[in-house]
Design a protein around this ligand. Sequence first.
Ligand code: AMP
Length: 397
Amino acid sequence: MNILVINCGSSSLKYQLIDSANETVLAKGLCERIGIQGGQITHTPAGGEKVTEQLELPDHVAAVDAVLSKLTDAKVGVVKSLDEIDAVGHRIVHGGEKFASSVLITDEVIAAIEEVSDLAPLHNPANLTGIHSCRKLMPNVPMVAVFDTAFHQTMPKKAYLYGLPYEYYEKYKVRRYGFHGTSHDYVSARIAAILGKAREDLKIIVCHLGNGASISAVKNGECVDTSMGLTPLEGLIMGTRSGDIDPAIISFLADKENLSASEIIDICNKKSGVLGLSGGVSSDFRDLSAASEEGNELASTALSAWSYRVAKYIGAYTAAMNGVDVIVFTAGVGENNVQARAEIISYLGYLGITLNEDANTIRGEEVEISTPQSSTKVWVVPTDEEMAIARQTAALV
Ligand code: AMP
């Protein structure tokens, strides 16, 4: 079955066409500057050269149209006609409390996604335009919504409630939701398979460490806690996001800097994290590691504050699950940044973990990076959110 996986942002659209029978990627690409002058599509067929074409993309329908043209193109296409696309899987950021798993898209599902859009005003409307555009151009192809929040819906109330007046939860559904759920689900299932155990029999901590970053505690096959909250701003220090801060900082800084609360939140989202902490060096860990090696003290401080926060969350989630069997690193930094992994593991001696330094030089592959003597295992497992979306789409269709 050929599944088109769509990840639609406000001005961009990422796609992959995946053959779910043998789990191969037939083509992938990206539309940029949708609704802005100077649009372009980058398309890469499996085993072929990447092609980039400049073309105006006035709206998302035009972008989906461009994707379908590339997929069926005589030269760079990978299917003969649209009939060979059997289903579409859409990544949807926020499912609120309505969606605890992926669903076939119907008019009712679209209405429900619209209803929770105030919880993710930047993301859900963009995700919805992806759905509407595909429906317009492929009206008879079944579509599935896969939610970033769904995997975390098993969290107990004690984990998802904030210490705020309960009426705000009742009136506005202010609570912790968590994100990157597709990745946490995929990686925790994968590590159980690697270890030859049922996920239901394990206590797993998944560290999804990319530009956006979150940690989850997965006990007996279910997520029991995760570090992101009502929005992806909570939790770890990230590339540009602050993660946890004292909420009183918002009004304090708003007064001092003569800015509104939402302008401060914008700074917390876009100018903070390791970018802000390093005094603007970079949000990219490769640049930060290079600057740190050249003696830039703020870059070093940013990296150590970042790994310290990760280590604290690992401690918290070990307590939440009364132990941990395996800790897994994934996403851009988790899969590739050898120094960052080593620094986090240096805090975890109390869990009986020692680092296998040779194994830890490996990047982007499934590898155990703890020594055989370690009583808690540490692994690297590359995430694959698109493949997970394709699997769930195929299963529902
Ligand atoms: P993501 O958001 O998962 O794409 O992760 C982006 C982050 O991963 C950036 O900070 C990159 O510096 C980091 N990253 C990606 N590839 C590598 C690599 N080969 N070595 C070190 N860091 C990497």
